[in-house]
Ligand binder design. Structure first.
Ligand code: ADP
Ligand code: ZN
Length: 577
């Protein structure tokens, strides 16, 4: 089945008439046609790109009811309201409805009036709902936020794993359209496998947000001062500040207000009417800054957010990308600043301590990616896009690492050694293991695989020797006493206070030398971003030599790499007087 000219015209007409848009965006038209042709479709597009239209429009252009599986009741309601405002019969089925309301929805669907039925995965799997769906005339099934099916996504929902078998029990020929804004190759593969959609046509658009400026700053005692200064310089512009805890949200909002900045808090602990009022005030520009937990932002369409500040590091790069993505949706300026402290990462890791081993390992990997992104001196955009499976050959020129590069160093033999280490160990190990082998660390893993008997074992020892660049000795790094914050984790244990470092009093030129293992890890991570090593999709963290890497081994040349950030000691030039 392919799509006729007639349908093409009809789609254009509906786009204009129903949604009021004169043109499709990006690949929307091809996506819609693919679904209408009865094929399976897999859409990976960043947030705000216009995914919803990809199932809303075909739903109204075809007979029957389209089933939209969506994980969040609030989002469902938003979309249903919006569709109803467009004059389309859309309804939802979820736990927020009472019996009578449910019966009404079901009757409307069976009588063929409903074009879009939004349904939560939990509701989908209920027996009586299944029986009802069997009586309905379904046009196709849309699976929104499809990354929820993957444990490697940031929002794993076990019920999503049952979608495929349920759809099959309804009608195995129903076309499926899966949509997500999470694009890591691992998650992508997981979605396709779980939905049994290897045959699906893939539409993946670039995740590059050209107008966003990415910057990471060391988190120190002066963080509030820095934020206030930033907002004052950007006076009148709307922005969001993301904090990890509700308490922090309140505190920061307070501090800003005391300093004459109109800021409002937003978190799930506030009454819903206050939340709504604050959101409205932000949307209507009565407040310039929203200080919020990640509860804020989903489904909020404010195109002129000019900055997003991360007071604390997010749990994953997916989260970071989503949250920073709320800046500059109109295509104009969007400044994204994150304050980074290793202690915050440790704190996030602590939250995982009650999870299953598997969940904890996954969460840790996501955190490690966050650390890597934050500390590497490589172009931020290149790193982000690489994380989402896009290989970029050039630095962007519009991020902190591009604008204010860390010192560079040249490598060639080091890269050869790292690649050889991967090959000699059978391309089955992660960066840490490769670094251990290169440095001749006889640890349990290395010996259990007999990697200490390999030629490459210890070959990397003579590189990156600890050198003191100056005469100055760094002696003040003794164990400091841990300070506890008055926040508690889920178990009621006090959370160690992030050690906000004081800005060094004297402008120390030198940065502290990294340990050799850190340096090897940095090289390995950098050449991964540059594409000489590639991540195994099946087994997270495992590195293989890419074609580019093999070519390098045949004909090597000097590569320029960047020193990592050392946020604990790095001296940020004080711009204020
Ligand atoms: P996503 O689901 O990918 O995050 P949405 O579907 O919420 O994105 O769409 C983001 C915004 O873009 C919405 O305000 C939507 O109305 C708008 N939009 C979608 N398609 C078009 C189009 N073809 N022309 C203009 N605006 C569009
Ligand atoms: Zn850059």
């Amino acid at each position: 089945m392919s799509v006729s000219q007639e349908t093409t015209d009809l789609l254009k007409e509906k786009l204009k008439e129903t949604f009021g848009y004169s043109q499709f965006r990006g690949e929307q038209e091809d996506i819609i046609k693919n679904t209408l042709a009865g094929k399976n479709t897999f859409v990976i597009m960043p947030t705000g790109a216009g995914k919803s239209l990809c199932y809303q429009l075909p739903a109204i252009a075809t007979e029957g009811t389209a089933i939209v599986i969506s994980p969040l009741i609030a989002l469902m309601k938003n979309q249903v309201d919006q569709m109803n405002a467009f004059g389309i019969n859309a309804q939802f089925l979820n736990s927020s409805l009472n019996k009578a309301e449910m019966t009404k929805v079901k009757n409307d669907v069976i009588s063929g009036q409903v074009k879009l039925l939004y349904i939560a995965p939990e509701s989908l799997t209920k027996e009586d709902n299944l029986a009802f769906l069997k009586q309905a005339k379904i046009s196709f099934v849309a699976i929104d936020e499809a990354h929820c099916i993957s444990e490697w996504g940031h929002d794993f929902r076990p019920e999503y794993r049952r979608i495929r078998s349920i759809v099959e029990s309804l009608d195995s020929t129903l076309p499926i359209i899966a949509l997500t804004a999470t694009a890591t190759p691992k998650v992508q593969q997981d979605i396709q496998k779980n939905l049994n959609m290897d045959d699906a046509t893939l539409f993946k658009s670039s995740f590059n947000r050209k107008n966003l400026y990415y910057e990471i700053r060391a988190k120190r005692d002066d963080i509030d001062k820095q934020i206030i200064k930033f907002i004052k310089v950007n006076h009148g512009k709307a922005g969001i500040i993301y904090c990890l805890s509700r308490k922090k949200v309140e505190e920061v909002a307070e501090v800003l207000n005391v300093n004459g900045i109109k800021a409002l808090p937003y978190h799930a602990g506030l009454d819903s009417d206050i939340r709504m009022a604050n959101q409205e005030a932000f949307l209507n520009e009565e407040a310039e800054v929203m200080v919020a937990t990640i509860a804020f932002g989903m489904g909020i369409d404010k195109p002129d957010v000019r900055f997003v500040i991360h007071y604390d590091a997010p749990k994953s790069l997916e989260g970071y990308y989503q949250e920073t993505g709320r800046a500059g949706r109109d295509g104009l300026e969007g400044i994204c600043i994150m304050f980074y402290a290793k202690e915050d990462i440790n704190k996030l890791d602590k939250f995982n301590k009650d999870k299953t081993i598997n969940e904890r390992d996954n969460a840790r990997m996501l955190l490690n990616e966050m650390v890597s992104y934050s500390t590497l001196g490589v172009c931020r955009r290149r790193q982000l896009l690489h994380y989402f499976g896009e290989q970029v050959e050039k630095d962007c020129g519009y991020c902190d690492n591009c604008k204010k590069p860390t010192p560079k160093f040249k490598v060639e033999q080091e890269v050869v050694l790292a690649l050889q280490a991967a090959i000699m160990t059978g391309e089955r190990f992660d960066a840490q293991h490769l670094a251990d082998v290169l440095l001749g660390h006889k640890n349990q893993y290395v010996t259990s695989y007999e990697h200490h008997k390999l030629d490459i074992f210890g070959k990397g020892k003579s590189y990156f020797k600890l050198q003191s660049d100056d005469d100055e000795d760094e002696e003040d790094e003794e164990d400091e006493e841990v300070e506890y914050s008055d926040e508690e984790d889920e178990d009621g244990n006090p959370i160690p206070k992030p050690k906000a470092k004081k800005a060094p009093k004297t402008a120390k030129k030198k940065t502290q030398q990294q340990e050799p293992v850190e340096q090897w890890l940095s090289v390995i991570r950098q050449i991964t971003v540059l594409g000489y090593l590639e991540k195994d999709i099946e087994n997270y963290g495992i590195l293989k030599v890419s074609e580019k890497g093999h070519a390098f081994l045949k004909d090597s040349f000097p590569l320029t790499l960047s020193k990592d950030h050392d946020y604990e000691n790095e001296h940020i030039e004080e711009e204020d007087e």
